[in-house]
Write a protein that binds this ligand. Structure first.
Ligand SMILES: Cc1cc2nc3c(=O)[nH]c(=O)nc-3n(C[C@H](O)[C@H](O)[C@H](O)COP(=O)(O)OP(=O)(O)OC[C@H]3O[C@@H](n4cnc5c(N)ncnc54)[C@H](O)[C@@H]3O)c2cc1C
Length: 301
């Protein structure tokens, strides 16, 4: 991750000037405010602002006048109840605004989550930095043979080295041409909005991303999942760490019911009941397809 000394100084200055407030404050989140948490080779996630804490979720659920907290254990139980019963709107009362630096191909997956507010760095107005995501050699893997949407075994050292060399050389060549096209030395210089079109999808972009906690949990459930692509999963995992410190009870309930939990179909539930009654159920007698059965077996471990 590269922060310039000026960017770091701005962050340090913000952290050095605390102000008293009457608003709900999460001590865990205050510790993270403004700091850049590195992700991938040049990326980061920073908390720019947040609203609410665990108590705010309960306050909204009870529609209280004051903080509304009778006891911390009551709040924890209420939050678990709300999560268990998909009572989602109290979680929408908490919001977070993040500054994220991420490769463009990761941003394409991320932007599909429509329930957030986004403002992206303008490559029409500004010149993009010469920063490209180059995977660690052990992350270079072959197409998976079991999952069309994923990667399988790591590439051998020779093939891996060749791929890395191409990734670096292509990025450097494309950026050299980008610079040459926008340059105004002895030429008019192509507009930035056009010159950017030959840049590869592993170049880094940045955005501010604001989302409420309910929709953030939805994002995290999909993108912190083992099936999500590694390059977006590492961002989701970093955000999980921030959310855990921000709203510890809500995060614990999310981890238990959503990340660690599973949803069973009616057929799967019926099979489970038959198994518990001592019957040896097979895929053929389950009424489930091969894919469903495989996933059911994975849930059962
Ligand atoms: C493992 C994985 C593989 C994927 N593969 C592909 C792929 O191959 N191709 C592809 O195109 N996408 C793919 N996606 C993206 C996926 O289909 C979703 O677009 C993405 O995960 C965002 O989910 P979402 O719409 O639920 O989230 P959000 O946009 O955040 O929406 C959250 C929820 O709000 C509601 N909502 C939001 N907007 C609307 C609306 N306009 N109308 C009705 N309800 C709405 C829905 O209930 C939705 O679930 C993949 C995602 C994952 C996690």
């Amino acid at each position: 991750m590269t922060l310039t000394p000026e960017q770091q100084a701005e962050i340090d200055e913000l952290r050095a000037t605390p102000r008293p407030t009457l608003r709900a404050v999460s001590e865990g989140m205050e510790g993270h405010l403004y700091k850049a948490n590195p992700v991938l080779d040049h990326g980061f996630v920073r908390v720019i602002d947040y609203m609410g804490d665990d108590a705010a979720i309960c306050q909204a659920a009870r529609v209280s006048y004051g903080r509304g907290t009778k006891a911390v254990s009551n709040d924890e139980g209420l939050i678990r109840y709300l999560m268990r019963h998909w009572h989602s709107t109290p979680f929408e009362m908490c919001e977070v605004k993040l500054h994220v630096k991420l490769p463009v191909f990761v941003a394409r997956q991320w932007i599909r989550h429509r329930t957030a507010n986004v403002n992206e760095y303008s490559a029409r107005y500004s010149i993009l930095d010469r920063e490209f995501y180059i995977p660690e050699p052990e992350k270079l893997a072959a197409q998976s043979v079991t999952n069309n949407q994923g990667r399988g075994e790591a590439l051998g050292p020779e093939e891996g080295a060749r791929v890395l060399e191409w990734l670096k050389a292509d990025a450097a060549r494309a950026y050299d041409h980008y610079e040459a096209m926008i340059g105004q030395d002895g030429q008019q210089g192509l507009a930035r909005e056009l010159a950017r079109m030959n840049l590869p999808a592993n170049i880094y972009t940045q955005w501010y991303w604001k989302v409420d906690l309910h929709n953030l949990f939805h994002f995290l459930r999909l993108r912190a999942d083992a099936h999500a692509q590694y390059e977006i999963r590492v961002y989701a995992e970093e955000i999980c760490r921030l959310v855990k410190d921000w709203v510890p009870h809500a995060y614990a309930a999310f981890e238990d019911y959503r990340l660690g939990g599973a949803t069973l179909s009616g057929k799967a539930l019926e099979c489970l009941r038959r198994m518990l009654a001592g019957e040896a159920v097979t895929q053929e007698t389950s009424g489930m397809s091969k894919g469903e059965w495989r996933e059911f077996q994975a849930v059962l471990g």
